[in-house]
Design a protein around this ligand. Structure first.
Ligand SMILES: [Zn+2]
Length: 464
Protein backbone atom coordinates (compact mmCIF):
# COMPACT_ATOMS: atom_id res chain seq x y z
CA UNK A 1 0.00 0.00 0.00
CA UNK A 2 1.32 3.46 -0.80
CA UNK A 3 2.16 5.82 2.05
CA UNK A 4 0.02 8.55 0.57
CA UNK A 5 -3.45 7.95 -0.80
CA UNK A 6 -3.39 7.24 -4.51
CA UNK A 7 0.22 8.28 -4.96
CA UNK A 8 3.38 6.23 -5.35
CA UNK A 9 6.74 7.96 -5.04
CA UNK A 10 9.74 6.23 -6.60
CA UNK A 11 13.44 7.12 -6.42
CA UNK A 12 15.82 5.22 -8.70
CA UNK A 13 19.59 5.68 -8.67
CA UNK A 14 20.49 6.85 -12.13
CA UNK A 15 23.56 6.83 -14.26
CA UNK A 16 27.01 8.19 -13.51
CA UNK A 17 27.64 9.38 -17.06
CA UNK A 18 31.41 9.55 -16.94
CA UNK A 19 31.64 6.86 -19.65
CA UNK A 20 29.35 5.27 -22.22
CA UNK A 21 26.39 3.31 -20.90
CA UNK A 22 25.91 -0.35 -21.82
CA UNK A 23 22.88 -2.61 -21.95
CA UNK A 24 23.40 -3.72 -18.33
CA UNK A 25 22.60 -0.18 -17.21
CA UNK A 26 19.45 -0.18 -19.31
CA UNK A 27 18.06 -3.36 -17.80
CA UNK A 28 17.00 -1.98 -14.44
CA UNK A 29 15.85 1.33 -15.94
CA UNK A 30 13.62 -0.65 -18.30
CA UNK A 31 12.18 -2.56 -15.36
CA UNK A 32 11.34 0.62 -13.45
CA UNK A 33 9.71 2.00 -16.59
CA UNK A 34 7.38 -1.03 -16.67
CA UNK A 35 6.68 -0.66 -12.93
CA UNK A 36 5.67 2.96 -13.49
CA UNK A 37 3.39 2.05 -16.36
CA UNK A 38 1.74 -0.72 -14.36
CA UNK A 39 1.20 1.42 -11.26
CA UNK A 40 -0.39 4.04 -13.51
CA UNK A 41 -2.68 1.34 -14.93
CA UNK A 42 -3.58 0.51 -11.33
CA UNK A 43 -4.76 4.08 -10.90
CA UNK A 44 -1.88 5.57 -8.92
CA UNK A 45 -0.33 8.92 -9.55
CA UNK A 46 3.34 8.02 -9.87
CA UNK A 47 6.11 10.49 -9.07
CA UNK A 48 9.35 9.18 -10.50
CA UNK A 49 12.79 10.57 -9.68
CA UNK A 50 15.96 9.33 -11.35
CA UNK A 51 19.11 11.22 -10.53
CA UNK A 52 22.28 11.96 -12.48
CA UNK A 53 25.59 11.57 -10.64
CA UNK A 54 27.24 14.37 -12.55
CA UNK A 55 30.49 14.45 -10.60
CA UNK A 56 32.80 11.56 -9.81
CA UNK A 57 36.47 10.55 -9.81
CA UNK A 58 36.34 9.09 -13.30
CA UNK A 59 35.07 12.25 -15.01
CA UNK A 60 37.51 14.40 -13.02
CA UNK A 61 40.43 12.15 -14.00
CA UNK A 62 39.33 12.06 -17.64
CA UNK A 63 39.14 15.86 -17.60
CA UNK A 64 42.68 16.07 -16.19
CA UNK A 65 43.97 13.86 -18.99
CA UNK A 66 42.20 15.57 -21.87
CA UNK A 67 42.04 19.15 -20.61
CA UNK A 68 38.31 19.13 -21.25
CA UNK A 69 35.89 20.40 -18.60
CA UNK A 70 34.63 17.48 -16.49
CA UNK A 71 31.03 18.54 -16.97
CA UNK A 72 31.35 18.65 -20.74
CA UNK A 73 32.31 14.96 -20.53
CA UNK A 74 29.28 14.24 -18.34
CA UNK A 75 26.95 16.17 -20.65
CA UNK A 76 28.15 14.30 -23.71
CA UNK A 77 27.68 10.82 -22.24
CA UNK A 78 24.40 11.74 -20.61
CA UNK A 79 22.96 13.04 -23.89
CA UNK A 80 23.93 9.77 -25.56
CA UNK A 81 22.29 7.83 -22.72
CA UNK A 82 19.08 9.84 -22.96
CA UNK A 83 18.89 9.25 -26.72
CA UNK A 84 19.17 5.51 -26.04
CA UNK A 85 16.46 5.70 -23.37
CA UNK A 86 14.18 7.45 -25.85
CA UNK A 87 14.79 4.70 -28.42
CA UNK A 88 13.88 2.14 -25.79
CA UNK A 89 10.63 3.97 -25.14
CA UNK A 90 11.42 4.96 -21.53
CA UNK A 91 8.88 7.47 -20.20
CA UNK A 92 10.34 10.88 -19.30
CA UNK A 93 11.20 11.21 -15.61
CA UNK A 94 9.21 13.58 -13.40
CA UNK A 95 12.44 14.80 -11.80
CA UNK A 96 15.94 14.36 -13.10
CA UNK A 97 18.12 15.96 -10.41
CA UNK A 98 21.80 16.62 -11.08
CA UNK A 99 23.89 16.19 -7.92
CA UNK A 100 25.81 19.41 -8.52
CA UNK A 101 22.52 21.34 -8.49
CA UNK A 102 21.78 20.05 -4.95
CA UNK A 103 24.94 21.10 -3.14
CA UNK A 104 23.01 23.13 -0.56
CA UNK A 105 20.62 20.37 0.53
CA UNK A 106 23.60 17.98 0.57
CA UNK A 107 25.54 20.30 2.87
CA UNK A 108 22.52 20.86 5.10
CA UNK A 109 22.26 17.11 5.59
CA UNK A 110 25.97 16.76 6.38
CA UNK A 111 25.65 19.52 9.00
CA UNK A 112 22.75 17.65 10.61
CA UNK A 113 24.74 14.41 10.64
CA UNK A 114 27.72 16.13 12.27
CA UNK A 115 25.44 17.75 14.86
CA UNK A 116 23.94 14.36 15.69
CA UNK A 117 27.33 12.70 16.13
CA UNK A 118 26.91 10.61 12.96
CA UNK A 119 29.77 12.26 11.10
CA UNK A 120 33.27 13.54 11.81
CA UNK A 121 35.77 15.79 10.09
CA UNK A 122 39.25 14.58 9.10
CA UNK A 123 42.18 15.97 7.12
CA UNK A 124 40.83 14.89 3.74
CA UNK A 125 37.09 15.01 4.21
CA UNK A 126 33.99 14.43 6.29
CA UNK A 127 33.09 10.83 7.07
CA UNK A 128 29.98 9.00 8.20
CA UNK A 129 30.46 7.14 11.49
CA UNK A 130 28.89 3.73 10.78
CA UNK A 131 29.13 2.65 14.44
CA UNK A 132 26.35 5.13 15.29
CA UNK A 133 23.76 3.36 13.15
CA UNK A 134 22.66 0.06 14.66
CA UNK A 135 20.68 -1.09 11.60
CA UNK A 136 23.74 -0.90 9.32
CA UNK A 137 23.89 -3.99 7.10
CA UNK A 138 20.22 -4.89 7.37
CA UNK A 139 19.36 -4.24 3.71
CA UNK A 140 22.27 -6.39 2.54
CA UNK A 141 21.32 -8.87 5.28
CA UNK A 142 24.82 -8.93 6.76
CA UNK A 143 26.25 -7.87 10.07
CA UNK A 144 29.02 -5.35 10.48
CA UNK A 145 31.71 -7.98 11.11
CA UNK A 146 30.88 -9.74 7.84
CA UNK A 147 30.84 -6.48 5.95
CA UNK A 148 34.17 -5.44 7.43
CA UNK A 149 35.86 -8.70 6.54
CA UNK A 150 34.33 -8.56 3.05
CA UNK A 151 35.15 -4.93 2.41
CA UNK A 152 38.20 -4.19 0.32
CA UNK A 153 40.95 -3.33 2.77
CA UNK A 154 40.96 0.40 2.52
CA UNK A 155 43.89 1.54 4.64
CA UNK A 156 43.08 5.08 5.58
CA UNK A 157 44.32 6.51 8.84
CA UNK A 158 41.75 9.30 8.52
CA UNK A 159 38.87 6.92 9.16
CA UNK A 160 37.80 5.63 12.56
CA UNK A 161 36.50 2.42 11.01
CA UNK A 162 37.00 0.76 7.62
CA UNK A 163 33.25 0.87 6.91
CA UNK A 164 33.04 4.64 7.43
CA UNK A 165 32.53 6.45 4.14
CA UNK A 166 33.03 9.95 2.77
CA UNK A 167 30.20 12.47 2.87
CA UNK A 168 32.39 15.32 1.65
CA UNK A 169 35.81 15.21 -0.02
CA UNK A 170 38.06 18.23 0.42
CA UNK A 171 39.26 19.49 -2.97
CA UNK A 172 42.71 18.71 -4.25
CA UNK A 173 44.40 21.32 -6.47
CA UNK A 174 42.69 21.68 -9.83
CA UNK A 175 39.54 19.78 -8.84
CA UNK A 176 36.00 21.16 -9.09
CA UNK A 177 34.97 22.53 -5.70
CA UNK A 178 32.15 24.12 -3.74
CA UNK A 179 32.60 26.22 -0.62
CA UNK A 180 31.52 24.58 2.65
CA UNK A 181 32.13 26.69 5.72
CA UNK A 182 33.60 26.14 8.20
CA UNK A 183 34.84 22.75 6.98
CA UNK A 184 36.50 23.38 3.66
CA UNK A 185 35.96 23.54 -0.11
CA UNK A 186 35.28 20.25 -1.83
CA UNK A 187 32.63 18.05 -3.36
CA UNK A 188 30.03 15.60 -2.08
CA UNK A 189 30.48 11.84 -1.81
CA UNK A 190 28.25 9.76 -4.04
CA UNK A 191 26.00 8.27 -1.33
CA UNK A 192 24.95 11.54 0.31
CA UNK A 193 23.82 12.93 -3.06
CA UNK A 194 21.02 10.37 -3.30
CA UNK A 195 19.93 10.78 0.33
CA UNK A 196 19.72 14.55 -0.09
CA UNK A 197 17.97 14.54 -3.47
CA UNK A 198 15.44 11.90 -2.39
CA UNK A 199 14.65 13.97 0.71
CA UNK A 200 14.39 17.23 -1.24
CA UNK A 201 12.16 15.88 -3.99
CA UNK A 202 10.12 13.09 -2.41
CA UNK A 203 10.21 13.29 1.36
CA UNK A 204 10.86 16.74 2.86
CA UNK A 205 8.96 15.81 6.04
CA UNK A 206 11.08 12.74 6.72
CA UNK A 207 8.21 10.27 6.70
CA UNK A 208 9.53 7.97 3.99
CA UNK A 209 8.58 7.31 0.39
CA UNK A 210 7.33 4.20 -1.39
CA UNK A 211 9.94 2.57 -3.63
CA UNK A 212 13.68 2.97 -3.83
CA UNK A 213 15.30 1.20 -6.74
CA UNK A 214 18.51 0.56 -8.57
CA UNK A 215 20.70 -2.24 -9.84
CA UNK A 216 21.52 -5.11 -7.48
CA UNK A 217 25.15 -3.98 -7.43
CA UNK A 218 24.01 -0.88 -5.50
CA UNK A 219 22.65 -2.74 -2.44
CA UNK A 220 26.02 -2.58 -0.71
CA UNK A 221 27.45 -0.18 0.02
CA UNK A 222 25.45 2.50 -1.80
CA UNK A 223 21.93 1.81 -0.57
CA UNK A 224 23.07 0.66 2.83
CA UNK A 225 24.86 4.01 3.17
CA UNK A 226 21.85 5.98 1.94
CA UNK A 227 19.74 4.38 4.69
CA UNK A 228 22.40 5.10 7.31
CA UNK A 229 22.53 8.77 6.27
CA UNK A 230 18.81 9.36 5.90
CA UNK A 231 17.12 7.43 8.68
CA UNK A 232 18.76 9.06 11.73
CA UNK A 233 17.42 12.40 10.46
CA UNK A 234 13.89 11.24 9.71
CA UNK A 235 10.73 11.84 11.71
CA UNK A 236 9.43 8.41 10.78
CA UNK A 237 11.80 5.86 9.18
CA UNK A 238 12.21 3.76 7.11
CA UNK A 239 13.58 5.74 4.21
CA UNK A 240 11.73 3.58 1.68
CA UNK A 241 8.83 1.23 2.19
CA UNK A 242 10.06 -1.11 -0.52
CA UNK A 243 13.45 -1.68 -2.12
CA UNK A 244 13.56 -3.05 -5.68
CA UNK A 245 16.81 -4.17 -7.27
CA UNK A 246 17.27 -5.17 -10.88
CA UNK A 247 19.43 -8.27 -11.41
CA UNK A 248 22.81 -8.26 -13.07
CA UNK A 249 23.01 -8.66 -16.84
CA UNK A 250 25.72 -10.96 -18.20
CA UNK A 251 26.96 -11.08 -21.77
CA UNK A 252 27.84 -14.58 -22.92
CA UNK A 253 28.08 -15.49 -19.24
CA UNK A 254 30.54 -12.72 -18.42
CA UNK A 255 30.26 -9.25 -17.04
CA UNK A 256 30.52 -6.61 -19.73
CA UNK A 257 33.66 -4.56 -19.21
CA UNK A 258 36.18 -2.70 -21.31
CA UNK A 259 38.92 -4.69 -19.56
CA UNK A 260 37.34 -7.96 -20.74
CA UNK A 261 37.15 -6.81 -24.34
CA UNK A 262 33.41 -7.46 -24.62
CA UNK A 263 32.19 -3.90 -24.12
CA UNK A 264 29.58 -2.61 -26.52
CA UNK A 265 28.06 0.84 -25.95
CA UNK A 266 24.30 0.83 -25.61
CA UNK A 267 24.01 3.30 -28.48
CA UNK A 268 25.67 0.94 -30.96
CA UNK A 269 23.81 -2.11 -29.70
CA UNK A 270 20.56 -0.23 -30.36
CA UNK A 271 21.61 0.27 -33.96
CA UNK A 272 21.88 -3.50 -34.42
CA UNK A 273 18.76 -4.57 -32.56
CA UNK A 274 15.09 -3.64 -32.47
CA UNK A 275 14.51 -1.84 -29.12
CA UNK A 276 11.15 -3.57 -28.75
CA UNK A 277 12.87 -6.96 -29.07
CA UNK A 278 15.28 -5.95 -26.29
CA UNK A 279 12.35 -5.10 -24.04
CA UNK A 280 10.64 -8.35 -24.94
CA UNK A 281 13.77 -10.27 -24.02
CA UNK A 282 14.09 -8.56 -20.63
CA UNK A 283 10.40 -9.07 -19.86
CA UNK A 284 10.87 -12.82 -20.19
CA UNK A 285 13.16 -12.93 -17.15
CA UNK A 286 12.16 -11.89 -13.63
CA UNK A 287 13.66 -8.50 -12.85
CA UNK A 288 15.60 -9.73 -9.81
CA UNK A 289 17.27 -12.64 -11.59
CA UNK A 290 20.70 -12.65 -13.12
CA UNK A 291 20.19 -12.75 -16.87
CA UNK A 292 22.48 -13.80 -19.67
CA UNK A 293 22.33 -11.85 -22.92
CA UNK A 294 23.48 -13.55 -26.11
CA UNK A 295 22.98 -12.81 -29.80
CA UNK A 296 20.86 -15.98 -29.95
CA UNK A 297 18.64 -14.85 -27.09
CA UNK A 298 17.90 -11.49 -28.70
CA UNK A 299 17.22 -13.18 -32.05
CA UNK A 300 14.80 -15.55 -30.30
CA UNK A 301 13.08 -12.64 -28.57
CA UNK A 302 12.66 -10.96 -31.96
CA UNK A 303 11.00 -14.08 -33.32
CA UNK A 304 8.77 -14.33 -30.25
CA UNK A 305 7.68 -10.75 -30.70
CA UNK A 306 7.04 -11.48 -34.39
CA UNK A 307 4.54 -14.15 -33.28
CA UNK A 308 2.68 -11.60 -31.16
CA UNK A 309 2.75 -9.13 -34.06
CA UNK A 310 1.29 -11.74 -36.39
CA UNK A 311 -1.46 -12.47 -33.86
CA UNK A 312 -2.18 -8.79 -33.40
CA UNK A 313 -2.32 -8.27 -37.17
CA UNK A 314 -4.75 -11.15 -37.62
CA UNK A 315 -6.98 -9.82 -34.83
CA UNK A 316 -6.87 -6.28 -36.20
CA UNK A 317 -7.83 -7.45 -39.68
CA UNK A 318 -10.61 -9.80 -38.61
CA UNK A 319 -13.76 -8.79 -36.80
CA UNK A 320 -12.88 -10.38 -33.48
CA UNK A 321 -15.46 -11.53 -31.00
CA UNK A 322 -13.76 -9.36 -28.39
CA UNK A 323 -15.10 -11.45 -25.57
CA UNK A 324 -11.81 -12.17 -23.85
CA UNK A 325 -11.12 -8.73 -22.43
CA UNK A 326 -11.92 -9.52 -18.81
CA UNK A 327 -9.93 -12.74 -18.95
CA UNK A 328 -6.93 -10.92 -20.42
CA UNK A 329 -7.12 -8.19 -17.77
CA UNK A 330 -7.31 -10.79 -15.00
CA UNK A 331 -4.31 -12.71 -16.27
CA UNK A 332 -2.16 -9.63 -16.72
CA UNK A 333 -3.02 -8.15 -13.34
CA UNK A 334 -2.49 -11.47 -11.57
CA UNK A 335 0.93 -11.78 -13.18
CA UNK A 336 2.07 -8.23 -12.48
CA UNK A 337 0.63 -8.08 -8.95
CA UNK A 338 2.87 -11.07 -8.21
CA UNK A 339 6.09 -9.05 -7.68
CA UNK A 340 5.95 -7.82 -11.29
CA UNK A 341 6.13 -11.28 -12.84
CA UNK A 342 6.64 -10.01 -16.39
CA UNK A 343 7.50 -13.52 -17.65
CA UNK A 344 3.98 -14.68 -16.76
CA UNK A 345 2.59 -11.52 -18.38
CA UNK A 346 4.46 -12.28 -21.61
CA UNK A 347 3.15 -15.86 -21.54
CA UNK A 348 -0.39 -14.50 -21.24
CA UNK A 349 0.14 -12.16 -24.19
CA UNK A 350 1.39 -15.03 -26.37
CA UNK A 351 -1.75 -16.94 -25.51
CA UNK A 352 -4.21 -14.11 -26.05
CA UNK A 353 -2.51 -12.98 -29.27
CA UNK A 354 -3.23 -16.40 -30.74
CA UNK A 355 -6.89 -16.55 -29.66
CA UNK A 356 -9.69 -15.40 -31.93
CA UNK A 357 -11.78 -13.72 -29.22
CA UNK A 358 -9.18 -11.18 -28.08
CA UNK A 359 -9.92 -7.51 -28.58
CA UNK A 360 -6.87 -6.20 -30.49
CA UNK A 361 -7.18 -2.82 -28.80
CA UNK A 362 -7.03 -4.42 -25.38
CA UNK A 363 -4.06 -6.51 -26.49
CA UNK A 364 -2.38 -3.31 -27.67
CA UNK A 365 -3.20 -1.64 -24.34
CA UNK A 366 -1.46 -4.36 -22.36
CA UNK A 367 1.51 -4.42 -24.69
CA UNK A 368 1.72 -0.70 -23.96
CA UNK A 369 1.74 -1.33 -20.20
CA UNK A 370 4.86 -3.42 -20.80
CA UNK A 371 6.27 -0.63 -22.97
CA UNK A 372 5.95 -2.57 -26.23
CA UNK A 373 2.93 -0.85 -27.77
CA UNK A 374 2.20 -1.76 -31.39
CA UNK A 375 3.31 0.87 -33.88
CA UNK A 376 2.35 1.26 -37.54
CA UNK A 377 4.95 -1.23 -38.68
CA UNK A 378 3.15 -3.99 -36.75
CA UNK A 379 0.40 -3.95 -39.37
CA UNK A 380 2.83 -4.43 -42.26
CA UNK A 381 3.11 -7.94 -43.52
CA UNK A 382 6.60 -9.32 -43.01
CA UNK A 383 8.40 -8.88 -46.30
CA UNK A 384 8.80 -12.57 -46.98
CA UNK A 385 7.64 -15.89 -45.68
CA UNK A 386 11.05 -17.17 -44.70
CA UNK A 387 11.46 -19.84 -42.02
CA UNK A 388 12.17 -18.61 -38.51
CA UNK A 389 15.67 -20.08 -38.52
CA UNK A 390 16.43 -18.54 -41.92
CA UNK A 391 19.37 -16.43 -40.75
CA UNK A 392 21.00 -19.40 -39.06
CA UNK A 393 20.53 -21.51 -42.18
CA UNK A 394 21.98 -18.81 -44.37
CA UNK A 395 24.97 -18.49 -42.09
CA UNK A 396 25.71 -22.21 -42.27
CA UNK A 397 25.13 -22.31 -46.05
CA UNK A 398 27.68 -19.51 -46.40
CA UNK A 399 30.13 -21.24 -44.11
CA UNK A 400 29.78 -24.44 -46.16
CA UNK A 401 30.82 -22.46 -49.23
CA UNK A 402 33.78 -20.86 -47.46
CA UNK A 403 32.32 -17.48 -46.45
CA UNK A 404 32.23 -16.42 -42.80
CA UNK A 405 29.52 -13.84 -42.19
CA UNK A 406 28.34 -12.80 -38.73
CA UNK A 407 24.60 -12.54 -39.24
CA UNK A 408 23.34 -13.50 -35.78
CA UNK A 409 20.73 -11.08 -34.54
CA UNK A 410 20.08 -9.64 -38.00
CA UNK A 411 16.62 -9.73 -39.53
CA UNK A 412 16.17 -11.93 -42.60
CA UNK A 413 15.99 -8.83 -44.82
CA UNK A 414 19.16 -7.37 -43.37
CA UNK A 415 20.99 -10.69 -43.71
CA UNK A 416 19.99 -11.00 -47.37
CA UNK A 417 21.00 -7.43 -48.11
CA UNK A 418 24.32 -8.05 -46.43
CA UNK A 419 25.04 -11.11 -48.58
CA UNK A 420 24.00 -9.25 -51.74
CA UNK A 421 26.42 -6.51 -50.77
CA UNK A 422 29.22 -9.08 -50.42
CA UNK A 423 28.23 -10.39 -53.84
CA UNK A 424 28.35 -6.91 -55.37
CA UNK A 425 31.84 -6.48 -53.96
CA UNK A 426 32.90 -9.85 -55.42
CA UNK A 427 31.51 -8.89 -58.83
CA UNK A 428 33.24 -5.55 -58.72
CA UNK A 429 36.48 -7.45 -58.07
CA UNK A 430 35.54 -9.73 -61.00
CA UNK A 431 35.59 -12.72 -58.65
CA UNK A 432 32.80 -14.51 -60.50
CA UNK A 433 33.30 -17.76 -58.60
CA UNK A 434 32.73 -16.04 -55.26
CA UNK A 435 29.73 -14.19 -56.66
CA UNK A 436 28.19 -17.50 -57.79
CA UNK A 437 28.88 -19.16 -54.44
CA UNK A 438 27.03 -16.38 -52.62
CA UNK A 439 24.07 -16.57 -54.99
CA UNK A 440 23.96 -20.36 -54.60
CA UNK A 441 23.96 -20.06 -50.78
CA UNK A 442 20.96 -17.71 -50.97
CA UNK A 443 19.27 -20.06 -53.44
CA UNK A 444 19.75 -23.04 -51.11
CA UNK A 445 17.99 -21.05 -48.39
CA UNK A 446 15.02 -20.25 -50.59
CA UNK A 447 15.97 -16.83 -51.94
CA UNK A 448 15.99 -16.15 -55.70
CA UNK A 449 18.40 -13.52 -56.95
CA UNK A 450 17.79 -11.70 -60.24
CA UNK A 451 20.26 -9.41 -61.94
CA UNK A 452 19.07 -6.90 -64.50
CA UNK A 453 20.41 -3.70 -65.95
CA UNK A 454 18.58 -1.83 -63.15
CA UNK A 455 20.37 -3.74 -60.41
CA UNK A 456 19.85 -6.84 -58.34
CA UNK A 457 16.55 -7.87 -56.80
CA UNK A 458 15.60 -10.84 -54.68
CA UNK A 459 12.43 -12.72 -53.89
CA UNK A 460 11.40 -15.72 -51.88
CA UNK A 461 11.45 -18.80 -54.05
CA UNK A 462 8.13 -20.52 -54.61
CA UNK A 463 7.74 -23.46 -52.26
CA UNK A 464 8.38 -26.86 -53.72
ZN1 LIG B 1 21.73 6.39 -5.29
Amino acid sequence: MPLRDGEVRIYVCGLTPSAQAHLGHARSFLFFDVLRRYLTHRGFKVTYVQNVTDIDDRSINAAKETGEDYHAIIDRYYAEFKASMAKLGILPYDHEPYATKYIEPIQAMIRELIAGGHAYVTKDGIYYRVATFAKYGRLANRNVEELESGARIDVDENKEDPLDFALWKFAKPGEPRWAFDPYGDGRPGWHIECSAMARALLDPRGEGFDVHGGGADLIFPHHENEIAQSEPLMARPPMANFWAHGGLLLFDNRKMAKSLGNFEPLSSLLERHDPQAIRWLFLQTGYRKVMNFTEDSIAAAGLGLARVKAGYRALAEAVPERSAQAALDRRMEAALDDDMNTAAAVAALYEFASRSDTDPERLAYWLGVLGVAPNDSWLDEPSAELPPDFVERLESALRASGTEAALAGATADAAIEHVLELRTQARRAKDWAASDRLRDALQRCGVDVKDSKDGTTWSVAAAG
